[in-house]
Design a protein around this ligand. Sequence first.
Ligand code: FES
Length: 123
Amino acid sequence: MVWWVMVDRCICYNVPFSEVASLAKSGQSFDAISETTGCCQGCGMCEPYVRVVIATGRVSLPVLTRAQADVIVSQAEAWKQRVGSGSSGGHSNVADHAPHSGAVGLRPAADAQGSSGNGSSRG
Ligand code: FES
């Protein structure tokens, strides 16, 4: 039996990443989200994950090192800059558009729901 842990919340303050993603989508910054929810103000272990959630819209993440999280955030920000100029909606959720972040096994959020987790992409 193969299984692994997915990270989906700030444990210290029991803040689900779905709430973080919702706040990010409404335009709140990392600092504002942390202030509002308390996430990242306890042990701090969730901070890299929260930054990935804000950057990608993904709400369930594999265990990541800080370096992996930083790469994902950097790639997501670069992607936003490439596609953002043509969008009037100001996409804060690049998961709808971003290619795979295969190095850490992330897939766009739309693919993750109900998927068998084989890493395949739509289209
Ligand atoms: S897990 Fe979020 S502050 Fe500890």
